[in-house]
Ligand binder design. Structure first.
Ligand SMILES: [Ca+2]
Ligand SMILES: [Ca+2]
Length: 634
């Protein structure tokens, strides 16, 4: 059994390497059991069948009962597909009209790991392909998603740390490696992240979200222009490197989310010119809809397709081939792909890119398929809209007017992000934050919202007009005490500056050969960086030590234009958080009659350099400009 596993794993490694080189595992093992055959649609080609790529390159036993392979190559029309194994049954096969693609539907009956062999025969010849069927790793305690106990840390791997300079200029890459060019590769990779897990653990984050690590072309260092859904980018490292990163993260009690991009492919994906089915894409390179980035038509029960067609079917940035996930073959391909990455790398969840731009019917089916195998897995969707009525619409857990439950566990809280920036940086009224929170009833699970003050698409918080490190610390104070699952953008914890994209994606200091300072270490941080770092670290420790800050119900206690006081309450613990947004010290007298604080006897400071007292039905507290204090309530 163990030897079979090792053999299958070694074979997989060989396959993964060969697939990335546009070759495929060819097999000379003879069939030992009666073959199962299926007729293949399409007209015979002129030469022998050639298979260059198999998606997925392997599968697992005791996993899904059925599997559909997408083979890519030449002369695949008119094939018969024959399985050499009794435990793998060919249910059917369909070739694209040009013979470049072949879908093969399989039933996997194997109880033990094996390498399935499929023979493809046409009138002009034959070839065979191998499909390793592996044993699943122990899944106990895995695939459980994220929770309110987590804090997510967003990493753009190319800009975090270069742990392997040998992959900075991978052979065959058309990308430029140039650290002085903000639009080029800078050398960061998976090993670089793995090398700094200690730093992240020490900071206190629990979950890593890496921007996409799949294969891209040109200088698409950011990873969002995927050209192969089953390959890691050579700049990032190998699948084994990915597995090692996740394994080491898990050992530290940290989770890893995959950034999943299925609305579109990269402009150089082979599918752009040669799709596997006629309806694989919305339109063609020459004829497609212009994009729209407006979601209002999608959430409006009175809207006609005119109001949302360009949002759903338009080509993002007018250049990224828009996948038509309503093509049933593509929908299945993407669900299998999500399962494959989850299993191969033992991932904990998904960040779903450009969520509203794919059909809700697709997402609903995708979630059903993925959750049949991983019932606990969580995901967070990018719905980049500051309007809570729009953002909330996409959260799953209920059927909307269209009869569809998207299945999505939660969304990023863009409304709160924008409110925090307006309030803390520009001095907008605190009412803005209270108003966002007032809309929580629109969400089935507002407590699961992923909250943040910035990401890789926004100008750095500290570099917004009117911002400074003190305001960054103030915003982080609120972020890490308000309801939700906080997400921190790598570098914000040391106050990294940066303007609009791509300046907001500067290299993390110390992650790269020759860096003059190493901000991963206390001694390598400037006094200003250390000040922000220590602030974030202490807030994360506070959050870890006080369950009420993670899972307690949030109650408004008082607010005006410049302050906000709220309670985070569990039956066993209550914490009062008071934040002063004014540019000066204020003396607050906050009435608590008819609030859960009414019967409180004593307030004990657990964060901040001030004290508070309860005097005749009021909380009396003095707070310096743009600071927060947290009090334990007795
Ligand atoms: Ca590198
Ligand atoms: Ca789309």
């Amino acid at each position: 059994m163990k030897i079979q596993r090792i053999f299958a794993f070694l074979l997989l490694l060989v396959c993964l390497n060969l697939v990335s080189l546009n070759w495929v595992c060819l097999n000379t093992v003879l069939a030992s059991s009666p073959p199962k055959t299926a007729a293949v649609a399409g007209s015979p080609g002129s030469g022998s069948p050639v298979v260059r790529k198999i998606d997925p390159p392997n599968w697992w036993v005791n996993y899904t009962p059925e599997l559909t392979l997408l083979l890519a190559g030449e002369n695949l029309s008119g094939s018969h597909v024959v399985s050499a194994s009794q435990s793998v049954v060919v249910l059917g096969a369909d070739a694209s009209s040009n013979g470049h693609y072949l879908f093969v539907q399989l039933k996997v009956l194997s109880a033990r790991p094996e390498t399935a062999q499929l023979e493809l025969k046409t009138a002009s010849g034959s070839t065979s392909v191998q499909l390793p069927l592996l044993a699943r790793a122990d899944s106990r305690g895995r695939f459980e998603g994220f929770s309110r106990d987590d804090v997510i840390y967003l990493i753009m791997p190319d800009r975090f740390a270069d742990g392997d300079p040998s992959n900075d200029r991978p052979p065959g890459s058309t990308g430029v490696y140039d650290r002085s060019n903000p639009m080029a590769y800078h050398g960061g990779d998976l090993r670089g992240i793995r090398n700094h897990l200690g730093y992240l653990h020490d900071l206190g984050v629990t979950t890593l979200w890496l921007t996409p690590v799949w294969k891209n072309t040109d200088s698409d260092y950011h990873g969002y222009h995927v050209v192969d859904f089953y390959a890691l980018d050579d700049h990032m490292g190998s699948v084994q490197e990915y597995q090692a990163l996740v394994t080491d993260a898990h050992k530290l009690g940290m989770k890893v989310l995959i950034d999943y991009v299925v609305n579109h492919t990269g402009p150089h994906d082979p599918w752009a010119n040669d799709p596997p089915t006629p309806t694989w894409l919305h339109g063609t390179l020459a004829h497609h809809l212009e994009p729209s980035y407006n979601f209002s038509g999608l959430v409006d029960p009175h809207a006609s397709p005119r109001e949302y067609l360009n949002t759903l079917d338009g080509w993002f940035a007018n250049k990224l081939p828009d996948l038509n996930q309503d093509d049933s073959a593509l929908a299945l391909y993407l669900a299998q792909n999500a399962m494959w990455w989850t299993e191969i790398a033992q991932l904990d969840g998904f960040r779903l890119d450009t969520f509203p731009y794919s059909s809700r019917q697709f997402w609903s089916g995708w979630h059903k398929r993925v959750r049949q195998v991983y019932p606990q897995i969580d995901d967070v969707g990018e719905v980049a809209d500051g309007d809570s009525t729009i953002a909330s619409f996409f959260e799953g857990g209920r059927t909307q007017f269209d009869g569809i439950d998207s299945g999505l566990a939660t969304v990023f809280d863009f409304p709160l992000c924008y409110a925090l920036r307006d309030v803390v940086i520009k001095g907008a009224s605190m009412e803005k934050i209270v108003e966002v929170l007032r809309h929580d009833a629109l969400y089935p699970h507002p407590e699961m919202l992923v909250t943040f003050i910035g990401n890789h698409d926004d100008r750095r918080f500290v570099s917004e007009a009117g911002s400074n490190p003190a305001k960054l610390k103030a915003a982080l104070s609120l972020l890490l005490t308000l309801r939700g699952i906080p997400q921190i953008y790598s570098g914000d914890e040391i106050g990294m500056p940066g303007g609009d994209d791509p300046d907001n994606r500067r290299d993390f200091p110390g992650g790269f050969p020759g860096d003059p300072r190493d901000a991963f270490t206390a001694s390598g941080r400037t006094a200003e960086q250390q000040d922000v770092f220590a602030h974030v670290q202490s807030l994360l420790a506070l959050r870890k030590n006080h369950a009420a800050l993670r899972t307690g119900k949030q109650w408004h206690i008082g607010w005006d234009d410049t302050y906000y006081a709220f309670l985070r309450a569990l039956p066993e613990e209550k914490l009062l958080v008071v934040y002063n947004n004014a540019p000066k010290t204020v003396e607050l007298n906050i009435p608590v009659e008819n609030t859960p604080l009414e019967t409180a006897q004593q307030l004990q400071t657990v964060f901040g350099n001030t004290s508070a007292e309860l005097v005749t039905g009021k909380v009396r507290v003095s707070l310096p400009a743009q600071t927060m204090a947290v009090f334990s309530v007795r």
